[in-house]
Ligand binder design. Structure first.
Ligand code: G4P
Length: 190
């Protein structure tokens, strides 16, 4: 997606060979026009799949997921990282190990929002090692629903997330695939 690549080049900050900071348009401040285009692109790529729900994880997955939900006309569920006062029981829960943060956490979705008839598109802002996407896929499968695909805004293609998810049989579509962050420069695959 050319618009996304251009914004990554213009505004992304390479923090290290592993980490790209994109807080001016995706992770903190959000660019609504970019999000609208991201939603349209996901809808084009997954529009034939008869998706009934979108699942993402708070917080940075929510904006692209909502825009895709708007285009596809389906509800968007975000997995919560903390159990809220009103969300304690009747939950599907999975562990997520973050290699970036070197910590394990749990994510949960209320059982009432997923059913075995659902065809779920998973969306997330970043794909690194694939742990977050896998946790979402396991939750969808706990509900007896099916995962129709995984849509990623920025994939770090030099990490193994995409390979791991594809090996498990999931269709992965990334809007920008970063192949290297070496020497302070962003390079794209393809
Ligand atoms: P994984 O799920 O693919 O295995 O990724 P990992 O554990 O490495 O990532 C944990 C968090 O760090 C996620 O956000 C992910 O989006 C983010 N992240 C990973 N690599 C990068 C990167 O290069 N740049 C930026 N900006 N973020 C990255 P999170 O902690 O869930 O945060 P948020 O969704 O609340 O923003």
């Amino acid at each position: 997606m050319e618009m996304l690549k251009r914004i990554i080049i213009d505004e992304g900050i390479v923090l290290s060979e592993q980490v790209l900071k994109v807080d001016s348009f995706l992770n903190h401040q959000i660019d609504p026009l970019l999000m609208q285009e991201i939603g349209r692109t996901f809808a084009n790529r997954f529009g034939e799949d008869e998706v009934t729900k979108i699942v993402t994880i708070e917080s940075s997955g929510i904006a692209p997921a909502v825009m895709a939900g708007l285009e596809l006309g389906v509800p968007v569920i975000f997995a919560r990282k903390r159990k809220s006062l009103t969300l304690q029981d009747g939950l599907y829960t999975e562990k997520v190990y973050s290699f970036t943060k070197m910590e394990e956490s749990e994510v949960s979705i209320s059982k009432k929002f997923l059913s075995p008839n659902d065809r779920v598109l998973i969306i997330d802002d970043f794909l690194a090692n694939g742990e977050a996407a896998l946790a979402m896929a396991r939750i969808v499968e706990q509900a007896g629903a099916s995962v129709t695909g995984i849509g990623i805004v920025i994939e770090k293609a030099f990490q193994n997330g995409s390979g791991k998810l594809k090996e498990l049989g999931y269709r992965v579509e990334s809007l920008a695939r970063v192949s290297s962050l070496a020497n302070g420069t962003v390079e794209f695959a393809e």
